[in-house]
Design a binder for this molecule. Structure first.
Ligand code: OGA
Ligand code: MN
Length: 207
């Protein structure tokens, strides 16, 4: 179980993310998980990727590979919210505590979530977009946790957040978490020319 001191430190992270979102429209928290936890999550992703379990998002009856690839190049694997994998369970538990904290402090009424691993092969990107679908307004907050080991700014692969007239760049350093509103903040994933770029991306939802 998570001990008292750790819970206090965790609340400080939650507070930082929420304050930043309120004041700046987005929040960034480094070391949202420990390096050991990030290593474990990365190993999970690598196993799913090597096992051929990761696919382009939205593959289905009307899926157009060509069109999709012009917009986004990542492959994903959805995390089961009752996963027995130790690290996934630990990840989900922290997200659930974050949701409880957010609802208690901001009356946000979040009652659902979904997260997937994402693997961007080198040179792949995700063009400027919003995360909320017009057909389904359930996604309220976006969260992205980076799993990259020893990422350098020269590696590229930044996330651009378009806020007002500003463009903010966030680099995908392992352990870093980004938080923003799914229906307001347009954003874009830039290609990394020399290495794959890996993360867990997800959404807090209100249905
Ligand atoms: C997404 C997304 C951002 C990132 O998956 O919708 O915008 O930095 N991800 O990976
Ligand atoms: Mn997005």
């Amino acid at each position: 179980m998570v001990n008292e001191t750790l819970l206090v430190a965790e609340e400080q992270q939650f507070e930082l993310l929420i304050d930043a979102l309120v004041n700046n429209e987005y929040g960034v928290c480094d070391n949202f998980f420990t390096p050991e936890e990030i290593n474990g999550l990365r190993e999970n992703l690598q196993a799913y990727h090597q096992g051929g379990l990761m696919y382009p998002a939205g593959v289905g009856r009307n899926f157009d590979y060509q069109k999709n690839a012009e917009i986004r190049g990542d492959v994903i694997y959805w995390i089961n919210e009752s996963s027995k994998n130790t690290l996934e369970a630990l990840f989900i538990a922290k997200i659930e505590r974050f949701i409880a904290y957010l609802n208690a402090t901001c009356y946000t009424g979040i009652n659902d979530f979904e997260f997937h691993y994402a693997y961007y092969e080198q040179n792949s990107f995700y063009k400027r977009h919003l995360d909320q679908f017009k057909s389904n307004r359930g996604r309220r907050y976006s969260m992205v946790l980076y799993l990259n080991e020893n990422w350098q700014q020269e590696d590229g692969g930044s996330l651009s957040l378009y806020i007002g007239d500003d463009t903010l760049s966030v680099y995908p350093m392992g352990g870093r978490l980004v938080f923003f509103k799914s229906d307001e903040t347009e954003h874009e994933v830039h290609a990394a020319p020399n290495r794959p770029r890996i993360s867990i991306a997800g959404w807090l939802k209100r249905s």
